[in-house]
Design a protein around this ligand. Structure first.
Ligand code: SF4
Ligand code: SF4
Length: 143
């Protein structure tokens, strides 16, 4: 990361960091998730993570689902194809703390359904099997 950090610091006046970047910030989006607390919560997250390139991270206690997908308007030269009409979130994003040279270490980071399931197994009480759940069903008595 030293090289890219030097690049950020050595930009000449008028030079834009993005022109040295492959548009990292246009290749994913993330959404916040409620902190999973139950097997059902983790099972849903596991399902999210079975779909294509998806990862999960936790930062400052907040859980995020990351969908790794290139924006459909990203051009082969890494520039925006709808620059004049790009969404507000793109307009408000700046290079100040962007991912160009981001070496931030997340509190937690998961890349596969198996990883999130292993984590659930480590922190939750043992899961009831389907047979055990069936024994909790009310018993119908014939009269
Ligand atoms: S804002 Fe940062 S991550 Fe996005 S294209 Fe520019 S330099 Fe790359
Ligand atoms: S609309 Fe343009 S700036 Fe926004 S994510 Fe897509 S390519 Fe990037």
């Amino acid at each position: 990361m030293t090289g890219v950090r030097n690049l950020r610091a050595s930009l000449k006046p008028g030079e834009v960091l993005c022109s040295h970047c492959t548009a990292v910030c246009c290749r994913y989006f993330s959404i916040t998730l409620d902190t999973p607390k139950t097997w059902e919560d983790f099972d849903l997250i596991r399902w999210y993570m079975t779909h294509g390139r998806v990862s999960l991270f936790v930062d400052d206690g907040q859980w995020y689902l990351v969908i790794h997908a290139d924006c459909r308007y990203l051009r082969p030269d890494h520039l925006c194809g709808i620059y004049e009409t790009r969404p507000t979130i793109c307009r408000s994003y700046t290079t100040d703390e962007c991912e160009f040279d981001n070496d931030h270490v997340f509190e937690k980071y998961f890349e596969s359904p198996e990883q999130i399931w292993e984590y659930a197994e480590a922190i939750l009480p043992p899961r009831e099997t389907e047979r055990e759940q069936e024994t909790h069903l009310p018993v119908l008595h014939a009269h």
